[in-house]
Design a protein around this ligand. Structure first.
Ligand code: ADP
Ligand code: MG
Length: 455
């Protein structure tokens, strides 16, 4: 701690504070996230998970971890400072002036490369939003805030606890269906739409309309200046059935993006600050004050074949009728007590950072709606935890997912037969792997050691 001097407070939230700090006797600046450690050991483990997961990530488009330590019941995570702030602020500053398509594609590809890296490590981010994507003066995108991320393991299964921000939450969450890597893709699509239109795709004046818009996947078309490629990309990402949604690998293989992918890859090779294994990155273990070498992150989970027999996939109850959409369609209008405020440009909904992170039990849509009716809609831009039924068998299969008998083919394209030329391309489902939350109980010091140990 004494290595750093606090320069300013740059963010405050449920976790504690984000501080801009300077490394003593140098001009180097970092962000130090100061997280109040909860009393319960389970909650403490969750807090430490953020440091563990960030340390595991080594990618030019992910905020670089420097070190983590504990002092006075707080966990401190020191990371790279992204000096151009977050993408939401960048969008607000546009004041209605659209970004050129090449900027959008350049940013989007970098976001995809970051998500590809975390998905390869069987980690779900679970809170991808423009507020958690940062920019540097070199116009590099950096995905940050791993406070909601989780390590997942077994393929062909799903997470039943969800953390996320309602505006970016995919239909399967509202439908009480399982969550997997495709849900991160939906959130990524929301960010892509935001940088194309400077608006959120599913803006609404009430919770009911927000959820209805998300579950129906209805959004205004992109401004006409953007290409067919961009429109078709968004359309595919906003497929309500996660199995129909492209994986990040599939997105990055799109013809229209390949050139940008190559440009981003070569730019990253040229940038020495982004080279992995920077010796200045380290993890300080709590209390022992011991500094260990930077993590030479090798994938902790060997990629598993996604060609397992369909019978391996878990099934959910069929024929349940109480889907969110059903309930919503018959519900009286849920209006928030305070309507969402729009920013000066009238595009971005403001929210109060200081409010505590809230949690709800999500057992049935009615319960959820009852809770939502007491919540301001502007809080839908905050991160929540949704606890769901423990066993996947208890998760209801919703009516929205109408082809419940369909094979578990992934990235399939049943729509757009006539208009989508990419339909003709040969496709592989290999990169599309569903995975579930890790069960193992591993303490954070040994976890950090495992990551940092060069073997
Ligand atoms: P949370 O969303 O859980 O409150 P974040 O990790 O997103 O925590 O950090 C909170 C705020 O601190 C961000 O919204 C951003 O304004 C600022 N911040 C966090 N990390 C960075 C970073 N690496 N560079 C610049 N600003 C950051
Ligand atoms: Mg955040």
């Amino acid at each position: 701690m004494e290595n750093y001097k606090v320069l300013s407070v740059i963010g405050e939230g449920s976790f504690g504070r984000a501080l801009l700090v300077g490394l003593q006797n140098t001009a180097e600046k970092y962000v130090m996230k100061e997280i109040r450690l909860p009393k319960s050991s389970a909650a403490m483990k969750e807090s430490r998970q953020e440091a563990v997961l960030l340390a595991k990530m080594k990618h030019p488009n992910i905020v670089k971890f420097r070190e983590a330590f504990e002092a006075d019941d707080h966990l401190y995570i020191v990371m790279e400072y992204c000096d151009r702030g977050d993408l939401l602020d960048t969008i607000k500053h546009q004041r209605g002036k659209l970004f050129p398509e090449h900027t959008i594609l350049h940013w989007f590809v970098q976001m995809c490369l970051a998500v590809q890296h975390i998905h390869e490590k069987r980690v779900l981010h679970r809170d991808i939003k423009s507020k958690n994507i940062f920019l540097t003066h070199t116009r590099t995108i950096k995905l940050g805030d791993f406070g909601s991320a989780r390590v997942l393991s077994s393929p062909m299964a799903y997470v039943c606890t969800y953390v996320g921000t309602p505006y970016y939450v995919p239909p399967e969450i509202w439908e009480n269906l399982p969550y997997n890597n495709k849900s991160d893709i939906w959130s990524l699509g929301c960010v892509l739409y935001e940088i194309c239109t400077l608006k959120h795709p599913f803006q609404a004046g009430s919770w009911k309309n927000l959820i209805l818009k998300i579950c129906r996947g209805t959004y205004s078309p992109l401004p006409s200046q953007y290409s067919y490629e961009l429109r078709s990309l968004i359309k595919q990402i906003f497929r309500k059935d996660p199995r129909q949604r492209p994986s990040v690998n599939t997105i990055l293989k799109r013809r229209g993006l390949l050139k940008v992918v190559n440009v981003c890859a070569s730019a990253q090779l040229d940038d020495p600050s982004d080279l992995p294994n920077d010796e200045s990155s380290s993890i300080i273990q709590p209390r022992k004050e011991q500094r260990v070498a930077a993590p030479d992150v090798s994938p902790l989970y060997v990629a598993q074949e996604s060609t397992s027999p369909l019978s391996d996939r878990r099934q959910w109850k069929k024929g349940a009728t109480d889907t969110v959409l059903n309930v919503l369609e018959n519900a009286s209008i849920l209006t928030s007590s305070i309507k969402a405020n729009t920013s000066e440009g009238g595009h971005v909904i403001k929210y109060d950072l200081k409010e505590k992170r809230k949690e709800w039990n999500k057992e049935a849509p009615e319960t959820l709606l009852n809770i939502l009716s007491n919540l301001d809609l502007c809080s839908a831009f905050k991160t929540y935890t949704i606890y769901r039924a423990k066993a996947p068998e208890d998760c209801l299969k919703g009516l929205l997912c109408n082809n419940s008998q369909a094979p578990d083919a992934t990235d399939s394209r049943e729509e757009e037969i006539d208009i989508d030329p990419e339909r003709l391309e040969t496709r592989s489902d290999d990169e599309d792997t569903d995975f579930e939350e890790e069960e193992g109980d591993c303490d954070w010091v040994s976890e950090l050691q495992r990551v940092t140990d060069p073997q």
